[in-house]
Design a protein around this ligand. Structure first.
Ligand code: HEC
Length: 164
């Protein structure tokens, strides 16, 4: 690489670093983007009744967003937040879920899209509302308890006012 090329590379790297620093999420206060807020929620164990289980517990980013944990039923199913309940199925990867079209039937009769193995949730919003309230998953009592768990976190509270 020529001297000029290296110089250009360094300038570009410096610019990218500066840009990264500027857009990095703050340590406190509102999250800056819906994506950063969503990531925080995805990893938050406080959204489960005993505060032991996050979305990421069953959809582990280190295992392609699937559930690597062994259970009494092997890895056929996922383990609930109480450490005992067994789900009906194991967690599929959640990595590509946003690319699934809405649930529907093609002209040739085949079913496509939707969320979950049986397409029972039409889209991501309906899907994400499921696990926190499922008694054999995260186990919160109702929507009010889910809302209370979110609002108890000052950063989430600030984010809701700032972004929505
Ligand atoms: C207890 C383990 C567990 C937890 C916690 C959990 N999931 Fe899942 N997830 C599953 C299982 C099992 C399925 C498949 C269920 C089915 O098809 O009936 C699933 C399915 C999904 C799907 C559908 C993927 C597809 O292609 O159809 C998405 C998206 C998803 N989960 C996201 C989340 C989010 C977001 C959270 C947190 C709010 C969450 N999950 C919490 C176990 C879990």
């Amino acid at each position: 690489m020529t001297r000029t090329g290296t110089g250009t590379g360094l300038t570009l790297a410096a610019a990218l670093l500066a840009c990264g620093a500027a857009s990095a999420d703050p340590e406190e206060g509102a999250y800056r983007s819906p994506e950063a807020f969503g990531e925080a929620l995805f990893f938050d164990v406080n959204l489960s009744k005993p505060r032991t289980q996050a979305c990421a517990t069953c959809h582990d980013p280190g295992h392609a967003f699937t559930d690597p944990r062994p259970t009494l039923a092997g890895r056929a199913v996922s383990l609930g937040a109480d450490g005992q309940s067994l789900g009906d199925r194991n967690a599929p990867t959640a990595a590509y879920a946003r690319f699934s079209p809405p649930f529907g039937q093609r002209a040739d009769g085949t079913y496509v899209g939707g969320q979950f193995h049986d397409g029972r949730a039409a889209g991501l919003a309906e899907q994400a509302a499921g696990p926190p309230l499922n008694p054999i998953e995260m186990g919160l009592a109702d929507v009010d308890e889910a809302a209370a768990r979110i609002l108890e976190n000052p950063r989430y509270d600030a984010t809701l006012s700032a972004l929505y």
